[in-house]
Design a protein around this ligand. Structure first.
Ligand SMILES: [Fe+2]
Length: 287
């Protein structure tokens, strides 16, 4: 059985949110919901997740799962908003604990932040099965971009997080703390070993000079032949050399620190301080 997939493009960050629905019933999952964030004002908005929630309500769907492919480094998660309004369990790969441990150190969060994954309702293991009504899901551990990335394979559709992008754009960066180009290569090989007709739903689309319309769906067979950075014939050594050189040229995402601090808490704000307000931490590096 295969899902009905509805994509929502978040233009400010080139991110995708998906509603993944059983074909003959009311159960669904929401993959990678996005919360808008104005960093100048440090104010969130639900402008982009509201249409997703409206779609769920209009179709009379019940949310079983809110699935995070990883702790995103470029935009905030709206998992808490989806959960508050529609219910559902928030799930992420179990290796989020390692991401939390790294960032607990970087942000000097102290013992109040336990770094045990407890902010999430469920931590998925490699190979774990789950259900969305009559749909069957399976979890593939696909790290490299971060230590915690997972792919959710639901029927014929794989939600692949930051691994490959559209074939004309290439693949995800592997230079964040805990990222590793070798490991990303092996994760992409795992995706390329899926049946060739498997539908791959991307986490991002950034457009190219030649293509000015967003696309977010590809297949294993297309990627194996056409991906400009890593096709089925690309060796690990070639890919890693390319990836590491490219990553050195990439700027740090503008919302890196706010995103990771919120997203590794399953979209919750840090605990309020004595005046009742939450604060984000941003380390400063002196030149
Ligand atoms: Fe990412």
């Amino acid at each position: 059985m295969n899902p009905i997939v509805t994509a929502f493009m978040h233009d400010p960050t080139g991110s995708l949110t998906y509603v993944v629905q059983e074909p003959d019933g009311p159960r669904c999952a929401v993959v990678d919901p996005v919360l808008d964030y104005d960093d100048g004002a440090s104010r969130t908005s639900t402008a982009s997740i509201d249409p997703v929630i409206a779609c769920i309500r209009k179709r009379g769907l019940t949310v079983d799962w809110i699935l995070e492919t990883h702790a995103h480094a470029d935009r905030l998660s709206a998992a808490q908003d989806v959960k508050a309004q529609c219910g559902g369990q928030i799930g992420i790969g179990e290796h989020i604990v390692e991401v939390q441990q790294i960032w607990k150190g970087i942000l000097n969060l102290g013992n109040a932040f336990r770094a045990d994954g407890s902010e999430f309702d469920h931590l998925f293991k490699e190979g774990e099965h789950f259900r969305i009504g009559a749909l069957e899901g399976n979890v593939l551990y696909t790290p490299g971009h971060t230590q915690a990335d997972v792919t959710y394979l639901i029927g014929d559709s794989a939600f692949i997080g930051d691994t490959v992008f559209m074939t004309d754009y290439g693949s995800a960066r592997a230079d964040f703390p805990g990222g590793d180009a070798h490991i990303l290569y092996r994760s992409i090989q795992k995706l390329y070993a899926l049946p060739p007709e498997t539908r791959l739903f991307l986490c991002h689309d950034y457009l190219t000079e030649k293509r000015q319309q967003h696309r977010w769906e590809s297949t294993v067979s297309e990627q194996r032949v056409l991906n400009i950075q890593i096709n089925a014939a690309t060796s690990e050594e070639t890919y890693v050399q390319f990836r590491q050189a490219r990553d050195k040229q990439l700027a740090t995402p503008k919302l890196l620190f706010p995103s990771v601090e919120i997203n590794m808490r399953a979209g919750q704000f840090p605990p309020p301080e004595s005046n009742g307000r939450s604060y984000l931490k941003i380390p400063i590096t002196r030149a």
